[in-house]
Design a protein around this ligand. Structure first.
Ligand code: AMO
Length: 453
């Protein structure tokens, strides 16, 4: 039959009465309406077997030629996977199999017709390159594997909100079009803002700090924009950051908050996504006891003892950590002030600082990174809340103080001591679900090569 003869129907007054997951003993012999898309089809001549998929799974349709108008049966036979249909039919219990149900359609509406053969199958592992998948992301996201990841992602977000809410944090939203850089100038996306230059926010840093004045404890879950020039499996140009900031605490407390947040999230996944974890054949990291807190200087010494090439003051690359850490959470604390942004508080108590041979000018900061193996998940610190100190740091980092006037003026009104962190949501998902590529932790990834879809 000519495929062009298949015509699309309208939904009209048909509405779903049951999801696939609700087709059970209680509705055997009843009439139901199920709606979804065809995930697979088998043609046995006078009988078609089709799986109809909705957001909760598949239900089998047994379409008999003699029970439907000829044109409709022929249309269904020609229908490609991914096409959407609505089915009014009777639920029957499957013979020969244990406890499954199927639907014998009485009426079918073809709602939306796929013109092309399915580009990828629905099974878990795909041998198709990620770029091909991302080009058709909306279809890619129908695959079981990604459905599970995004189901867990949903729960992660829910449990993060739940944690902050229980701990009396206020959810805030801060501007994403901003006037100044916060995390260093190189990774900025400039934009036109009317007749001025502006930037996409690299982080909500200065706003979340300011908001501790009015709300004490705040958090935000929102995009951050980084003009990352490199192509890696762990960097996005647009990522979701979970930012927290709290007044009257320091970086030790911020680490406690972050550690408890991670534990809360892991417990929640274990509790709510058991079936998903089984399908992924995944064990979440076992967390026993507190996350180790390793001082930067001690770690550098240890790396040097292990003949790794690193000098005090260098950033610590994932590569250099490779043989030292497995799948475990740990903090690297007390980074050199020179490696951290201007708003990070230096450790002023010299007695806290480690001896470093001839050079005792090495200033540390009240800062930390949360790591999982070699992956950085989060950074945080105690912030400078004194105006003179902050201006000093800005000057040291070569920043234009005038451009930050909107921020500095707040400091004339006694900004409380405060601390916080930013946690990369996709990085966290990547770590917990052992994803090879961060792009699969986000719906529509943005990177140096990709601006669409
Ligand atoms: P930082 O720049 O370390 O700190 O960012 C915080 C966390 O955000 C995630 N992240 C990214 N994830 C994916 N792709 C990227 N390009 C990317 N860049 C950052 C990481 C990282 O650990 N204002 C501070 C946080 C704070 O001190 O509160 C900040 O932005 O997981």
């Amino acid at each position: 039959m000519d495929e062009k003869l298949i015509v699309e129907d309208t939904l009209g007054d048909w509405r779903r009465t049951h999801y696939s997951s609700e087709i059970s003993h209680s509705v055997v012999n009843s009439e139901v309406i199920v709606i979804g898309w065809i995930s697979s089809k088998r043609d046995h001549g006078n009988v078609l077997f089709a799986l109809l998929r909705d957001r909760y799974g598949d239900i089998q349709l047994v379409v008999k030629k003699k029970e439907l108008p000829k044109e409709l049966f022929d249309s269904l036979r020609n229908l490609k996977e991914h096409s959407s249909i609505a089915v009014k039919g009777i639920v029957v219990e499957q013979k020969n199999e244990n406890g499954s149900f199927e639907i014998i359609p009485k009426e079918i509406k073809i709602l939306s017709i796929s013109n092309k053969p399915a580009p990828f199958l629905t099974q878990a592992v795909s041998s198709i390159g990620i770029d091909t998948r991302l080009d058709l992301r909306a279809i890619d996201l129908r695959r079981d594997y990604l459905q599970i990841i995004f189901r867990i992602r949903r729960n992660i977000l829910k449990s993060i909100r739940n944690y902050f809410d229980q701990n009396h944090f206020v959810e805030v939203n801060t501007p994403k079009m901003i006037a100044t850089a916060t995390e260093g100038g190189a990774a900025l996306f400039p934009i036109f803002y009317y007749d001025r230059e502006a930037f996409l926010a690299q982080s909500p840093q200065l706003y979340k700090e300011q908001l501790t004045m009015a709300f004490e404890s705040v958090y935000e879950i929102a995009p951050i924009f980084r003009a990352e020039p490199s192509r890696t499996n762990r960097h996005l140009s647009e990522a979701i950051s979970v930012d927290a900031e709290k007044a009257y605490v320091n970086y030790d407390d911020a680490m406690d908050i972050l550690e408890n947040l991670i534990k809360h999230v892991v417990d929640s996944i274990k509790h709510h996504n058991l079936t998903d974890l089984k399908e992924l054949e995944l064990d979440l990291p076992e967390i026993s006891g507190p996350f180790p807190r390793l001082a930067y200087s001690d770690l550098v010494s240890k790396l040097q003892e292990n003949h790794k090439y690193i000098r005090w003051g260098d950033d610590i690359s994932p590569k250099i950590l490779r043989d030292m850490f497995g799948d475990e959470f740990y903090f690297i604390t007390d980074w050199p002030a020179s490696t951290k942004p201007f708003y990070v508080k230096s450790k002023l108590d010299k007695s806290d600082q480690k001896p470093h041979g001839e050079n005792d000018e090495r200033i540390l900061s009240e800062s930390f990174d949360l790591m999982f193996g070699t992956l950085e998940l989060s950074s945080g610190s105690t912030r400078i809340n004194n105006k003179v100190e902050l201006m000093e740091q800005m000057k040291n980092k070569g920043l234009n103080l005038e451009a930050f006037d909107y921020h500095l003026r707040i400091f004339d009104y006694a900004v409380p001591p405060h601390a916080g962190f930013g946690l990369g949501l996709e990085r966290l998902i990547m770590a917990l679900l052992k994803l090879e590529n961060i792009r699969d932790a986000t719906f529509y990834p943005r990177d140096i090569d990709r601006l669409a879809p």
